[in-house]
Design a protein around this ligand. Sequence first.
Ligand SMILES: NC(=O)c1ccc[n+]([C@@H]2O[C@H](COP(=O)([O-])OP(=O)(O)OC[C@H]3O[C@@H](n4cnc5c(N)ncnc54)[C@H](OP(=O)(O)O)[C@@H]3O)[C@@H](O)[C@H]2O)c1
Length: 344
Amino acid sequence: MHTQEAEAVSESNRQWILKKRPEGAVRDSDIVLETGAIPKPAEGEIVIRTLWLSLDPANRAWMNETPTYMDPVPVGGPMYGLAMGEVVESASDRFSPGDRVVGLGRWAEYAAVPADAFQPLPDMPGIPGRDVFGVFYLVGPTAYFGIHDICEPRAGETVVVSGAAGAVGSIAGQLAKAAGARVIGIAGGEQKCGWVTDNYGMDGAIDYKNEDVGERLDALCPEGVDCFFDNVGGSILDEVLGRMNNFGRVAQCGAISMYNADAPQPGPYNYLNIVVRRIKIQGFIVLDHIDRYPEAYEHMAGLRSQGKLNWKLEEDEGIESLLSAFRKLFSGENAGKMMVRVAA
Ligand SMILES: NC(=O)c1ccc[n+]([C@@H]2O[C@H](COP(=O)([O-])OP(=O)(O)OC[C@H]3O[C@@H](n4cnc5c(N)ncnc54)[C@H](OP(=O)(O)O)[C@@H]3O)[C@@H](O)[C@H]2O)c1
């Protein structure tokens, strides 16, 4: 196996180390920024210089001891995160120094990672690499598979999306709209509800922080709800479940209201409605569909070129801002897809 080295790299590597599995919300002492040496690649690995890191609500679950769809982040090791980077050293035939790649990286300036966990950054004409990474790489396909494979909205049906001003929810709402559905988005605050209707073209918005969600659903969905794309879980899921029509479909994308819980959470009170209304609820993980990403890219790029797909990016600067950026996902301070530019 050959080893190739890039011309010049920095001498040190700052990385966020998981010191302790958090209980509830992440504390400053749970994950700490430390400086170490730039790693060398083992056989089959590449070393990447991280350019962008994506902050995702699921990062919180990866910190727990309980495995999710992947192994937990080891305590004492660098935190995992989806990364776009430049290969600086390669011990794999898959990539050479200078290649731009995306995959499961580390909250680190440099990381040695298995080459087969990375892909070339997709080339999307007219769309900057930062947007390709932030919106097309994970967020867009998540919305696409949840909407098209599970919700399957038909023209004239009513679709509700929670987390509707966020990265995944804003795309999901626009995809449902493009399929001909009437779409109601649920988001926190007046400003975000304005984006839901004005930027993302949904037909109505519910401000769950200041309005009674049940009353507003009754007003905006007088004929009930056919599809629900749920990012939030908890009481919002309950309110929508209670208003689903016969043979309704729920794409269970996430449940961010529960990710920081430090005790078991109650199930939905309207659970029996699943039987009475013959509702299909399906959870999904976008990574299961990685072979079909090109289908999602093509669909989204087509809508984008017709002016039917908008997004917002929330970009923080510097490796030191990762933890504060991550926290924005839970306070709702992120105005769109949460990303950190680690290096230019
Ligand atoms: N299944 C998959 O493969 C997959 C892939 C990617 C993401 N996801 C899931 O998709 C969901 C959205 O992720 P994203 O990356 O697009 O994040 P995002 O929506 O851009 O950001 C998270 C948003 O969640 C909202 N939120 C936070 N705490 C909340 C609470 N207690 N109740 C209601 N809303 C709350 C906030 O918006 P407000 O200001 O509106 O409250 C916040 O801005 C998450 O559940 C994530 O885990 C799933």
